[in-house]
Design a protein around this ligand. Structure first.
Ligand SMILES: [Zn+2]
Length: 341
């Protein structure tokens, strides 16, 4: 199983490993990640639990409104207080006090644990005993100075939506399917024949390719008003849809984010087949999905195979087939960003 930050020990890679790869039993990690981002402008590096409790419980209350399943266990006094707050049966003060007492019990300890081990960089230090709070580290301040930190809140939100949807579906994980709406660029799923919009596909895809154009590594943004806005691109071109091609073209496994130049610039990809070099990158990116637990893991496994070997031979088969149809291969002429895969 590839480690996301293995060849790229950058702060944003460590942060993304927490958000995208933790095996969650509750959504508290996402709420804490969002709260830290909310509080990033604070002059103090010590955040008292009392101050953390406000944004933390606010995010959970908001999510509970559209998805009641926020943990795998069936009962939680903390979540019950959040529910009561939503239905005006608990006051703000009650909510803050309960959050302070119960909300952080596991999440502060677990935040930096990914796949059973602690990551080498910490974004805060636990000072609950000494100072009744957590102390933000230099790593977190540095992370937020990077241009791509503008994308992080939406990546957390996208991951949160995917995870809670998977819990809510209440079906065997091997049946979970994230589908893609090409027109609206949104991930959705079906529950009892009802369509549920999960999250904008850009927000969900961006983190798994480390915030860079999949093809040329140029910086991309998921904010719609940004000049660097990324585009959802079909690695195996969309045109293969009505050709004798075995791959499910609209599958998550085939979707990447590309910069404008690679997507539709003068020397852009269009209906050409990315080279073997880029195919190897797609394989690696898909292995990141498969390490991310439900529901992207199950979706990719359903679409292109349950083992890494299955997935590799599937991609090779598709590539051979696509070349016969498309004839031309493509790779961007210049690599603009630093290589990240
Ligand atoms: Zn590009």
């Amino acid at each position: 199983m590839p480690v996301f930050y293995e060849n790229d020990p950058s702060l944003q890679s460590y942060w993304r490993s927490i958000v995208l790869y933790g095996k969650n039993v509750a959504s508290y990690k996402f709420a804490l990640a969002k709260s830290l981002i909310d509080l990033k402008g604070q002059p103090n590096d010590l955040i008292k639990l009392e101050d953390l409790a406000a944004p933390f419980s606010k995010h959970l209350c908001e999510h509970l409104k559209h998805n009641d399943k926020q943990a795998t266990s069936s009962s939680s006094s903390f979540l019950n207080t959040c529910r009561k707050f939503n239905s005006n049966e608990a006051s703000m003060d009650e909510l803050i006090q309960t959050t302070k007492r119960l909300g952080f019990n596991n999440v502060i300890d677990a935040f930096h644990i990914v796949n059973g081990g602690e990551i080498p960089k910490r974004f805060f230090i636990d000072e609950r005993r000494e100072n009744d709070g957590i102390r933000i580290t230099e790593n977190f301040f540095e992370l937020n100075e990077l241009q791509e930190s503008e994308n992080l809140p939406r990546e957390v939100e996208a991951r949160w939506r995917l995870v809670e949807t998977a819990w809510d579906l209440n079906i065997p994980t091997n049946l979970i399917k994230v589908k893609y709406d090409n027109e609206r660029e949104i991930f959705y799923t079906d529950k009892s024949n009802r369509r549920i919009d999960v999250t904008p596909s850009k927000d969900a895809l961006n983190g798994y390719q480390k915030g860079k154009c999949f093809f040329c590594f140029d910086y991309i943004s998921v904010l719609s008003n940004s000049p660097n806005l990324g585009h959802v691109d079909h690695f195996f071109p969309h045109t293969l849809k009505d050709k004798p091609f075995d791959g499910y073209v609209d599958g998550v496994w085939n979707l990447v984010l590309a910069c404008r130049s690679c997507n539709n610039g003068a020397n852009g990809k269009f209906a050409k087949l990315p080279t073997d070099n880029l195919l190897a990158r797609l394989y690696k990116r898909n292995e990141f999905f498969c390490s991310s637990h439900h529901p992207l893991n199950e979706t990719v496994r359903n679409q292109i195979g349950v083992s890494p070997n299955d997935r590799l031979s599937k991609l090779k088969h598709y590539s051979k087939q696509a070349l016969e149809i498309l004839t031309h291969t493509w790779e961007p002429q210049e690599i603009r960003g630093e290589e990240v895969f």
